[in-house]
Design a binder for this molecule. Sequence first.
Ligand code: CUA
Length: 339
Amino acid sequence: MRRRTRVGEALATIRRRGCLSVVLVFLLAACSTDSPSVLSPEGESARRIDRLWWLMLWISLAVLAVVLGLMVAAIVRRGRRDVEVDRTTPPWGDPFIVIAGVAVPALILIAVFVVSLRDLDAITEQGDASLTIDVIGHVWWWEVRYPGGAVTANEIHIPTGETVRFRLTSDDVIHSFWVPELAPKIDMIDGRTNVLDVRTDVPGTYRGQCAEFCGLQHANMAFHVIAESRDEFDAWLQNEAEPAESDTETASGLDVFLSSSCVGCHTIRGTDATGTLGPDLTHMASRLTLAAGTIPNSREDLARWIEDPQSIKPGNVMPPTELSEADLDALLDYLETLD
Ligand code: CUA
């Protein structure tokens, strides 16, 4: 008996702590400012998902309250021994069970299904897009191609106030493109192109994340969507489409690039570097992060990344590059001019 009580106490503690940790996780998620949340929507599609989420939450809470109320009423009633229970039921069943247990849940589920279908339709069909961007998933980074020849990585600029169409595919395993504040997640599958329309009126930098487990560095497969005015976007795109500028002062850095293993995997438009395994580096200095959101795009981090990328993002396909201190400095000087 005593042992049973102890087991009961332990279970109660686990349950109590379990509930506490769940509450803590929710509180932390709500307080965290740099983690994107589907509950702070800034895009048209995300707003619909947010409204649907709240509708489902309120319906669930109402159902929970009614069920708990009935349970309490039943317990209280059972405690009163003088209550006479009428056990005669009509041939089609107890009216209470049929109405509250079958008809009402069916009506609620059908209503939510209809609202979901309406939202699904609105999210999929957003009319003509002013811009189409191709995004290709790789282990573990994002290739981004614009009309007109601009190619970038892990950073997607879009104009505000316009519908932008993303054509999404993968070069290897299945990834999932997700910018919680702007749009629903959508799979990226090798050999198939999925389409996602995105529209936001709010300028800003929105963090995106791969949402489908795709291997060792799935968690380090992030990107940013930068929404800006049409004018800012046009200026950015024009610069991005241009080849890298050659600079006599950093020519030795380009020589280091072309004579090391870098050239086998990376393209720098306007030079002899035309590798396609890794990100296009033509304007890499203008990007916010390196290695798909893993480290900031600073000189020190870039140096660490070139020398030993496996210590930063184990399992990624970039090999270490052994360079003398002078060569590394020259290479960094050159890469920093690529904006
Ligand atoms: Cu790509 Cu997970």
